[in-house]
Design a protein around this ligand. Structure first.
Ligand SMILES: NC(=O)c1ccc[n+]([C@@H]2O[C@H](COP(=O)([O-])OP(=O)(O)OC[C@H]3O[C@@H](n4cnc5c(N)ncnc54)[C@H](OP(=O)(O)O)[C@@H]3O)[C@@H](O)[C@H]2O)c1
Length: 333
């Protein structure tokens, strides 16, 4: 599938001085480039990452890039320690964050996870890509909602999904077995299992928007597809493809895969796009709600996700099952 390669420039993003953001999966790839966009606009950004060495290296690199490019903002990027394989560590990190920071304006998730059952009997790819982000979001929700009551606030929650979610057909998210559903022990099966977690990202964002709207909390929740981007995760996947992997990576990769920066443009737009901010102020209700619960594809275009992603029953089922499973693990909200 081909998407527009137009670009989002810094002047299409709002000023973020005084604003606070968290981006997970930020020490490389799309998350890294998203942090760079937000730091360039003056935000204080927390890089959610499990490895201090990798986080510190990435932070230093981004700081050096900002300085070298003559960006006036003193980058303020900090490591937020969390392991998305372990929802309990995520809950802890979010609770500590609330004790430390008075506001949170942008919450973005961008991890890329593996495929095993963990000690809680949950599928890792679901835990890293969806469940841990659910824990992070729900724990931080009181702070996000409080921030949304401040003057001039424009709070946004962004889930990085994928257009590949459209390949998943599922009729139920009732019970742990559906959360853990695997689609076969082949490369295609692994891909669909991954895509199921990307479907969960959209179901989550839509359910969250519905709940926040019911509470009249003016927060914009968005899911995005970043495009096809050459990252560590994609490179690792292509390496695992028998026979054609090398060809795909070396020959087709440069033709069809974009850079990290290009790949971060849709998430940067979702997190800080001026157009989103201006739309929120519209007097027309339909226009004002244009981005709420929306699904964006490159670059910054509203698109329709799959019929499964839009299914309110599935959205509710996923929410209820997640709460139930986390409750069994002693994680309550
Ligand atoms: N690249 C694409 O073409 C593409 C297309 C569609 C959607 N996406 C989505 O875009 C997002 C970012 O993908 P990417 O390609 O930029 O990924 P990536 O370059 O492989 O980076 C993945 C990030 O997730 C982090 N991560 C993985 N497991 C973690 C854990 N247990 N705890 C904390 N952090 C963890 C990694 O940290 P470590 O360094 O510690 O592993 C890394 O920072 C993903 O949600 C992916 O599904 C990507």
């Amino acid at each position: 599938m081909f998407f527009s390669r137009k670009v989002i420039t810094e002047d299409q993003l709002v000023d973020l001085h005084g604003k606070v953001a968290i981006v997970t999966g930020g020490n490389t790839g799309i998350g890294y480039a998203t942090i760079e966009f937000l730091a360039r606009k003056g935000a204080r950004v927390y890089m959610g990452s499990r490895n201090q060495g990798r986080a510190q290296k990435a932070i230093e690199e981004i700081e050096a890039k900002l300085q070298k490019s003559g960006n006036d903002n003193q980058a303020s990027i900090h490591w937020l320690q969390l392991d998305l394989l372990d929802p309990r560590s995520v809950k802890e990190a979010a609770t500590e964050f609330i004790a430390k920071e008075e506001r949170l304006d942008i919450l973005g998730d961008s991890p890329f996870g593996p495929y095993y059952l963990n000690q809680d009997g949950l599928l890792d790819v679901m835990v890293v890509n969806y469940i841990s982000h659910f824990v992070l979001t729900e724990t931080l929700l009181p702070l996000l909602r409080r921030t949304a009551t401040l003057d001039d606030s424009d709070v946004r929650i962004v889930n990085v999904s994928s257009t590949s979610h459209t390949y998943v057909t599922t009729d139920s998210f009732v019970g742990k077995e559906n959360l853990n559903k695997q689609f076969g022990d082949t490369l295609t099966g692994y891909l669909i299992t991954y895509e199921n977690s990307k479907l969960a990202n959209i179901l989550h964002i839509k359910n969250l928007q519905t709940r926040l709207n019911a509470q009249s909390s003016p927060i914009t929740c968005l899911a995005i597809h970043p495009g096809a981007v050459m990252t560590v995760g994609v490179s690792g996947f292509l390496n695992s493809v028998p026979f054609f992997g090398w060809f795909l990576k070396v020959i087709l990769g440069p033709l069809f895969l974009t850079s990290w920066t290009q790949g971060a443009m849709t998430s940067a737009f979702a997190a800080a796009g001026k157009e989103v901010a201006e739309t929120r102020k519209s007097k027309d209700e339909v226009e004002r709600r244009k981005y709420e619960g929306g699904y964006l594809v490159p670059v910054a275009n509203i698109s329709e996700p799959s019929t499964y992603a839009k299914d309110e029953r599935l959205q509710r089922e996923l929410y209820e099952t997640t709460i139930e499973v986390l409750g069994e693990m002693g994680i309550v909200f």
